[in-house]
Write a protein that binds this ligand. Structure first.
Ligand SMILES: [Zn+2]
Length: 243
């Protein structure tokens, strides 16, 4: 099981994604800090888009969320706003995506008061010309990225990895046994902020590898049991002939 798991994880990791659907802000708009598309150019921007919905559910006030994404607040002081709500959603799929992103991109294990200065610093160092190519191709291993695709809309569930990775994994297992493999779209982030593709792709790849590992294990066990049964029947037949 472990050997198969490692093999599959590595294979999934080295296989480029065809990213079916994103809403990424243009790199030039990010770099030029075009308002209101970019409400504030700091680490809190990574919590924009879907993360803000979890923030609202966790009880943050309108005033607090406005301050979190405001250009009037020092980026370092923004942790004082987030820290009250972070424990509520750090283990949701959104939290997992954010944590995976800052781990892979900035080598920060867990956001805290101790590393918020480093987080802001690493954010600024990364956000430079051609950082989209660096993030999408070099880190997230995405080969083609479809932006605002009119055909494959966001109503489809391929961004379910960032909603519920466990349900997405189970769905993929069932779908793999139901439909042709060239009809399965395994990834699309529906993201606006490019950095989050890293965490999103990481969570998706773990789920895909887990789905495939479980399928291999389940069907290998079934094949093994069928083989044992066949052998037993042959042995019985053989014994009957002798009699
Ligand atoms: Zn969409």
């Amino acid at each position: 099981m472990e050997k198969n798991k490692d093999l599959i994880e590595n294979k999934v990791k080295e296989t480029p994604f065809i990213d079916t659907h994103e809403h990424l802000i243009d790199e030039s708009e990010r770099l030029d800090f075009i308002e209101p598309i970019i409400p504030r150019d700091d680490w809190a921007l990574l919590l924009n888009h879907y993360f803000s919905l979890d923030l609202i559910s966790s009880g943050i006030s309108k005033e607090q969320i406005d301050r979190l994404f405001s250009n009037q607040i020092n980026p370092i002081d923004k942790w004082q706003i987030l820290k009250e709500f972070w424990p509520f959603f750090k283990n949701t799929a959104s939290g997992l995506v954010f944590r995976s992103t800052i781990k892979i991109l900035y080598d920060i294990d867990e956001i805290s008061e101790d590393n918020i200065i480093e987080l802001q610093s690493r954010y600024e160092q990364t956000r430079k010309k051609e950082f989209y190519k660096y993030i999408i191709q070099d880190i997230a291993n995405i080969k083609h990225c479809h932006i605002n695709s009119p055909i494959i809309t966001c109503k489809n569930a391929y961004w379910s990895w960032s909603i519920n990775p466990l349900a997405a994994k189970d769905f993929l297992k069932k779908f793999t046994l139901t439909i042709l493999k060239n009809k399965i779209f395994t990834f699309g982030g529906d993201d606006k902020i490019v950095e989050n593709l890293i965490g999103h792709a990481s969570v998706a790849r773990k789920g895909i590898a887990q789905a495939l590992t479980e399928l291999v294990f389940q069907y290998k066990e079934k094949a093994k049991r069928a083989a044992e049964l066949t052998i037993t029947n042959k042995e019985l037949a053989c014994q009957n002939n002798i009699k």
